[in-house]
Ligand binder design. Structure first.
Ligand code: DLL
Length: 433
C-alpha cells in the first residue's frame, strides 16, 4: 500500500528535477542563515547559485557529528526559536548531545513520512498500533506516534519498559502492529512465553522494527516467535528520526529511502568518493524539505549498500540494504547509543581507576549486556575488599546515570588488560545478530 502515490512513484526524471529544486532552496537557506554553513561553503569556494545540477551536490562540503556538537545546542537551526515547536536529542560522546529542532511543518513532514512507513507495512486506519519505542528525547516514540495518528490508526502510546504490562496490553487491546527495536520484540516474545501467554496467538500481524542493527536470522526468529511479518525501519535523529527509509511488505528486501525528502549518497568512508550502486559504503544524507534543522551532506557513519532497481511495490525510490555496521565506534546497546569514549570519561573521573579498560558486549538470551573491565591502581588493589566494592558500585552508578545503560563492572588487577601499540581495540562485541 502506498500512502502518497504521487510522490512515492514519481518517475526518476521528475524526482530528480524536484530534488534539484529543493536542494537549491535548502543550500541557499543554510548559506544565508547559518554562519557555520556560510564559512564551510566559502572554504569550499562554492555558492548556492553554483548548484545547477544534482551532480553539483558533490561540490558542497560534508557535515559531521562534531559540527553539530560545536554548534550545540541550536547553532545550526535556520529559523528563530519561536518557530521551533519541538526539540529532540540523542546521546552523544563526552560532552554535548546532538540536539534537533522541528518547525510545525517539519512535524507534519515527519508524520507523513511515518504514515508512509506504516502504509508500506500494509497498515491502514483499521489497525491498532502498539508503540513501544521510547517517548521522550529519543525520536522513536513520538515519531511513530504522530505517523500512526496521521494514518488514522489507533495508537497505544506504550513507550519502552514495563514488559509485563506490555504483554497484558498486547493480549487485551489486540493491537495488529507493534513498533519497537528488534531485540525488544524478541525479549517480549520470551517474556510472554514465561508468563504462559501464547505469543503466536495474539492479533499482531506486523512489526515495524529498527533503531539498531539486526539480521535476517533475527527476523526469522521474531517472525516465528510472534507469528508476524517483521519489517525494517531506519532513521536517525539528525536527519528527521525514524522514517528516513522503510521496507515494503511486498518485497521485504531493503528499505526505500524517501528521496523526495532526502538525497542519499553512498561513499567510501576513507576517500569520501562515491561508490557504485551495489557496493558497500557510508550513507550520506542531505535533507531537502526540513525547515528548522536542514543538514547538508551529513555523514551518518552507517555502512550499507544502495540498489536502484525497480521494486515490485511500485515505489521508484532507491533501496538501502540493512545497515551492516558503523564506520566509527558507536555501539548500540539495548537501543542506546554508546561510545567507548563516554565510558572512558566516566572512568577518568573516578580516583583509583586506571584508564585501561575493555568493553565486552554480548547478548544473554535476547538482551544486550555490557561488561566494563577496568584496572585499578596498585594502591587501591592493596586496600581492603570493601573499598573495591565501593568503587565498583560508584562506577556502575555513574555509567547508568550518564549513559542510561546498566553495565556490569569488573575491576581487575593492575597491568592485566591488553595494551596496544597502534589504535586501541577496546571493544569486544560478541553479539551474533
Ligand atoms: O534510532 C531513530 C529510529 C527510531 C529509527 C526508531 C528507527 C526506529 P538515533 O537514536 O539518532 O535515531 O540513532 C540513529 O541508529 O545512525 C543507525 O546507526 C542506527 N539505526 C537506526 N535504525 C536502524 C536500522 C533512531 N533499521 C542510529 N538498522 C543510526 C540498523 C539502525 N541500524
Amino acid at each position: 500500500m502506498i500512502f502518497n502515490y504521487e510522490f512515492e512513484t514519481l518517475p526518476r526524471e521528475a524526482l530528480e528535477a524536484l530534488q534539484l529544486k529543493r536542494l537549491q532552496q535548502v543550500a541557499a537557506r543554510c548559506y544565508h542563515t547559518v554562519s557555520f554553513y556560510r564559512k564551510a561553503f566559502d572554504n569550499a569556494k562554492v555558492k548556492p547559485e553554483d548548484i545547477k545540477s544534482l551532480d553539483d551536490l558533490r561540490r558542497l562540503p560534508f557535515t559531521v557529528k562534531q559540527d553539530l556538537r560545536d554548534n550545540y545546542p541550536f547553532g545550526l537551526f535556520t529559523v528563530p526559536m519561536n518557530n521551533v515547536v519541538r526539540l529532540h536529542a540523542s546521546t552523544g560522546t563526552t560532552g554535548n548531545a546532538t540536539v534537533v529542532g522541528y518547525t510545525k511543518r517539519d512535524i507534519e513532514t515527519w508524520a507523513e513520512l511515518m504514515a508512509r512507513c506504516f502504509s508500506a507495512a500494509g497498515l491502514t486506519s483499521n489497525d491498532i498500533i502498539h508503540n513501544a519505542y521510547g517517548y521522550g528525547l529519543f525520536t522513536g516514540g513520538l515519531g511513530a506516534h504522530y505517523g500512526a495518528e496521521k494514518l488514522g490508526a489507533s495508537v497505544i502510546p506504550m513507550s519502552g519498559g514495563s514488559t509485563k504490562r506490555q504483554i497484558v496490553i498486547l493480549q487485551d487491546f489486540g493491537p495488529t502492529a507493534i513498533c519497537c527495536t528488534p531485540s525488544y520484540a524478541l525479549f517480549l516474545a520470551e517474556a510472554g512465553k514465561d508468563m504462559g501467554v501464547d505469543m503466536r496467538a495474539l492479533k499482531l500481524r506486523v512489526g515495524i522494527l529498527g533503531a539498531e542493527p539486526w539480521s535476517e536470522r533475527m527476523r526469522q526468529e521474531i517472525e516465528d516467535k510472534l507469528n508476524i511479518t517483521a519489517l525494517n525501519i531506519y532513521g536517525l535523529s539528525e536527519i528527521i528520526g525514524p522514517g528516513v527509509s522503510m521496507e515494503c511488505a511486498e518485497a521485504k528486501n531493503g528499505m526505500h529511502i524517501f528521496e523526495d525528502n532526502f538525497i542519499v549518497e553512498c561513499i567510501n568512508p576513507v576517500s569520501g568518493e562515491p561508490v557504485p550502486y551495489g557496493q558497500p559504503g557510508e550513507l550520506v544524507f542531505t535533507t531537502i524539505t526540513k525547515e528548522a534543522f536542514p543538514l547538508i551532506r551529513y555523514r551518518t557513519k552507517d555502512m550499507s549498500c544502495l540498489h536502484p532497481e525497480p521494486c515490485r511495490c511500485g515505489r521508484t525510490f532507491v533501496k538501502m540494504e540493512r545497515v551492516t555496521g558503523r564506520s566509527d565506534d558507536m555501539l548500540i546497546i539495548r537501543g542506546v547509543n554508546v561510545y567507548p569514549s563516554q565510558i572512558e570519561s566516566v572512568l577518568l573521573n573516578i580516583e583509583g581507576l586506571e584508564p585501561h579498560y575493555q568493553l565486552v558486549v554480548d547478548r544473554e538470551g535476547t538482551l544486550d549486556t555490557l561488561e566494563v573491565q577496568v584496572e585499578v591502581s596498585e594502591k587501591v588493589f592493596s586496600d581492603e575488599v570493601r573499598i573495591l566494592q565501593k568503587l565498583e558500585k560508584r562506577l556502575t552508578k555513574d555509567i547508568k546515570d550518564l549513559l542510561g545503560v546498566s553495565a556490569k563492572v569488573k575491576l581487575v588487577e593492575p597491568k592485566t588488560l591488553q595494551r596496544f601499540e597502534g589504535k586501541a581495540q577496546r571493544v569486544t562485541d560478541k553479539r551474533k545478530i
